[in-house]
Design a protein around this ligand. Structure first.
Ligand code: NAD
Length: 376
């Protein structure tokens, strides 16, 4: 297999990925599917993508389709991933992976039986801020990691009905993934408290009484992490952020999602104990590992000059979740073609997804410590 036929399912947020697949050199064709016929037609016309499908079965029955990228409403992810794997298709799935541990087990079973690739398309693992933090950690600039914090504050009032009352920790991967990756260890245990009161109609769909949840994670290597999520009726600027505290330097995401990282360096402190110098750190756009034809998608606008890539790619505002979208597409495509585990491995996806599901279970049980199972 030299090139892949891919179908994008769900064209809301998912629509942002269509032109990236269209322009990827290893993609034979990109097809589109959405249950909303009007959206399907409009996206097809706007992007000049003619291959469209009118049912999920039609996608899965097409022998030319190698892979699907699922960006449909949350309650559909698990069943559509299992159906695709059972039909012999590779799967890229938006977050969350599933809403139950049983759902995660089903995906693992279908993936193992089919031998196909499953990749969780976790945007926070390819933001320019995270890639910068990871490279600083790997080069020793942070020293030993001592503590980690992740947060995701977002008010989902007025979003499609399947969001209403969702337990905050069911959608915790954006807060959890960067710190689990920087810990370099699987989450072993979780303790979580629910907080606040939520108006009654928001409690109906998922039986969740908490607008906010805050959890402590114990990693297998002994590190601890803290994860906080707010989803409803909590006034806070939107942020999907992480903080990593190291023995030499620490990085903290600013107040808003559009902010840069703030670095505090211990080594250069003149007067330890009374404040250490901090500076804002501009994380460069990361594009070097991407094929030339999709580098532009690390930018928010199309202001990309192929004759001066360094200049335009480092000065422009980052696109799609801080430039992450083309990295996710590229990693998915290359992992399938190279027949290797994607960088966001199945084990990692299962671990952070289960940690979120069990965090909510812990909150419902008044903060009981729960172990995260392995999904062999
Ligand atoms: N940073 C991220 O990773 C990130 C950001 C935004 C959304 N998401 C995820 O992406 C998913 C979609 O988010 P959204 O905001 O576009 O949601 P949405 O509900 O606005 O859009 C979903 C789209 O899927 C279509 N659809 C519904 N049921 C379908 C089905 N069975 N098959 C095919 N298409 C179907 C709808 O018509 C709609 O166009 C959500 O699950 C969300 O969790 C992830």
């Amino acid at each position: 297999m030299e090139k892949l036929g891919v179908v994008l399912c769900g064209l809301g947020f998912g629509g942002a990925f269509a032109p990236i697949y269209r322009d990827h050199p290893d993609v034979k064709f990109i097809g589109l599917f959405d249950t909303n016929g009007q959206k399907l037609e409009e996206t097809s016309k706007t992007l000049g993508i003619e291959r469209v499908y009118h049912s999920y079965e039609e996608v899965l029955n097409d022998p030319e389709v190698d892979a699907v990228h699922i960006v449909t409403p949350i309650p559909r992810h698990e069943e559509q991933a299992v159906m695709a794997l059972e039909s012999g298709k590779h799967v890229a799935s938006t977050v969350p992976m599933a809403l139950t541990l049983e759902g995660i087990r089903e995906i693992v079973r279908a993936k193992k039986q089919s031998g196909k690739t499953y990749m969780l398309m976790e945007t926070t693992l390819y933001t320019r801020q995270f890639l910068n933090a990871l490279s600083m950690y790997k080069s020793g600039q942070l020293g030993r990691v001592q503590l980690l914090r992740g947060c995701h504050y977002q008010d989902m009032e007025n979003w499609p009905e399947y969001w209403l009352g969702l337990p905050p920790m069911y959608y915790a991967t954006h807060a959890m993934s960067p710190i689990a990756a920087l810990a370099g260890s699987r989450v072993e245990k979780v303790v979580c408290y629910g907080s606040g009161t939520m108006r009654p109609e928001l409690r109906c769909r998922y039986g969740n009484p908490f607008p906010a949840e805050t959890a402590l994670l114990r990693f297998e290597n002994g590190l601890a992490g803290e994860v906080t999520r707010t989803l409803f009726e909590t006034a806070r600027a939107y942020l999907e952020g992480f903080n990593v505290y190291g023995s030499k330097a620490s990085l903290e995401w600013g107040f808003k999602d559009s902010d840069d990282l703030i670095m505090t360096t211990l080594e250069s402190a003149d007067h330890r104990g009374y404040g250490t110098p901090s500076e804002t750190l501009r994380s460069p756009a990361a594009y070097e590992n991407l094929p030339e034809s999709i580098r532009r998608y690390t930018l928010a606008s199309g202001q990309y000059d192929p004759t001066q890539p360094e200049k335009s790619l480092t000065s422009g505002a980052a696109g799609g979740h801080h430039g992450s979208h083309p990295h996710l597409v590229h990693e998915f495509i290359r992992s399938v073609l190279e027949e290797r585990e994607p960088a966001i491995s199945l084990d990692f996806a299962c671990n952070v997804s289960a940690a979120g599901i069990l965090a909510h279970a812990s909150a419902l049980a008044g903060g009981k410590e729960l172990e995260i199972p392995r999904f062999e």
